[in-house]
Design a protein around this ligand. Structure first.
Ligand SMILES: Cc1cc2nc3c(=O)[nH]c(=O)nc-3n(C[C@H](O)[C@H](O)[C@H](O)COP(=O)(O)OP(=O)(O)OC[C@H]3O[C@@H](n4cnc5c(N)ncnc54)[C@H](O)[C@@H]3O)c2cc1C
Length: 427
């Protein structure tokens, strides 16, 4: 392989950071290729935890991984910036200007060259153009939005403590994000009560609106039913077959003519690729803007460009937008990209190995599914084992990125932290 091979990874999420770390540890360390990661933020978070940041039950400092620190320890380069286009003829990614929080341009727009470009820019919720949603709803697609939600949640709780004593929140989307957020918000209020200055805590009225006939549609029916019962047990109102037709400053309008009142309105339904993919050098896209790829993760239009994770869509055989898929695809490219660059050896198809799925409702309950024919012959498990399994996925991710020793030290430091800090964000 030539010394000049440039591997450019755009997006340091579940897939992108795993790939950059693995390629850095192999090709980067041996000086065989220059690996560059670009992300529009400065640090990585495990996206399946965003609802915990939104509720304030996760502490940002411990759960963020600095891209710069990770890059310097794992032999790759990191540059902050948002990729806004691709010049496929020149093999360059186009970055927009980098601005500080007050809008000042810190770095002018620039281009970065590549021999292999890997796109892993994730996804965001899809409001399907529903009127009023963009103006009146909050989203929790990234850490900035999750923190923004938490700020509003704390302020509205304060108002409820001081005022009429009730806070109405409505969440649209009964998938893993919305369902877990509903439970986590309830848990957050219980924790806030432990530190509150008043003996009369406000009522938290959470409504979960799902357009389909059941919540958690990706799970077996028995899990949907049990999760709905659990949510109702803690006081969350679950409305299924509830198609939202609009949002305003007072809540959501539903197709059946009813209205769900809410001070805080969250949109956690649907999945689409970030808008920016439409400017990616004419790469073919799915209806949701995801980049069309072959089973070997190469884009259908350009063999020098690969895509993985939520922003990609395998033609004729799409996979669900989950962390498990993103991680396996990153491992696949880490294994096969070196030979593709060095010997022009074809990247083989990436075969998804379904290891099941887990959902956790705060510290109330959790459910996991095992695919048939694996451990215990497949099936569903729930309770503490599912909740611990959910936590274990995050720890596995940390250990993969940090290495075993540092990963375990990080678990220990989180435990110590939990003894000295309030278990919910109060400021
Ligand atoms: C609240 C919530 C709960 C979830 N729970 C689960 C769960 O329990 N189990 C599960 O399997 N999945 C879950 N998911 C889905 C899971 O998080 C995603 O499938 C996974 O993160 C996808 O990984 P990715 O690498 O494709 O993208 P991401 O992890 O989203 O990373 C994308 C990265 O790209 C960067 N980026 C975006 N645009 C640009 C750009 N133009 N230029 C530069 N950088 C850019 C972003 O800053 C980000 O770092 C959940 C998601 C949410 C929101």
């Amino acid at each position: 392989m030539s010394q000049k091979s440039e591997i450019l990874i755009v997006g340091g999420g579940v897939a992108g950071l795993a790939l950059a770390t693995r390629l850095g540890n192999s090709l980067g360390k041996q000086g065989q290729a220059r690996i560059t990661l670009i992300d529009k933020s400065f640090s990585h978070v495990w996206k399946p935890m965003l609802h915990c940041f939104a509720a304030g039950t996760a502490q940002n400092e411990n759960d963020r991984i600095s891209f710069m620190a990770q890059a310097s320890e794992h032999h790759f380069e990191f540059w902050p910036g948002e990729v806004i286009g691709i010049d496929r003829d020149k093999r360059q990614a186009v970055l927009g200007p980098l601005r500080s929080s007050d809008g000042t341009v810190v770095l002018e727009g620039r281009t970065v060259e590549y021999d292999a470009l890997i796109l892993s820019i994730g996804s965001c919720a899809n409001d399907f153009g529903t009127p009023g949603v963009a103006e009146h709803c909050l989203f929790i697609d990234n850490l900035v939005e999750a923190n923004g939600f938490n700020e509003k949640f704390r302020m509205e709780l304060l108002r409820a403590y001081a005022g009429d004593g009730a806070l109405d929140i409505a969440i649209v989307g009964g998938g893993a994000t919305g369902t877990q957020l509903a439970a986590e918000l309830h848990k957050a209020l219980e924790l806030v009560r432990l530190h509150s200055f008043s003996q009369t805590p406000p009522a938290l009225n959470i409504t979960l609106l799902e357009a389909g006939p059941r919540i958690l549609p990706a799970f077996p029916e028995q899990v949907s039913e049990a999760a709905q019962k659990e949510l109702e047990r803690i006081g969350v109102k679950v409305r299924t077959s509830a198609m939202v037709s609009g949002a305003d400053e007072n809540g959501f309008s539903l197709k059946d003519g009813s209205h769900a009142p809410a001070t805080l309105r969250v949109w956690a339904a649907g999945v689409k690729a970030p808008e920016v993919t439409s400017g990616f050098g004419g790469l073919s896209l799915s209806r949701s803007g995801q980049i069309l790829i072959n089973p070997n993760l190469q884009t259908v239009d350009d063999p020098a460009i690969f895509a993985m994770g939520d922003c990609s869509y395998i033609v004729n055989d799409p996979l669900p937008p989950t962390a498990q898929v993103a991680r396996q695809q990153a491992h696949h490219l880490a294994r096969h990209l070196p030979a593709w660059l060095r010997d022009k050896r074809e990247v083989p198809s990436c075969v998804f190995n379904n290891k099941g799925a887990i959902v956790a409702l705060g510290n109330y309950n959790g459910w996991g599914t095992l695919p048939g024919g694996t451990v215990f012959g497949g099936g569903v498990f729930h309770g503490l084992s599912a909740r611990l399994g959910h936590l274990a996925l995050y720890r596995q991710h940390q250990i993969e990125l940090y290495g075993l020793t540092r990963g375990l030290m990080s678990c220990f430091s989180d435990w110590v932290d939990s003894l000295v800090r309030p278990s919910v964000r109060l400021d």
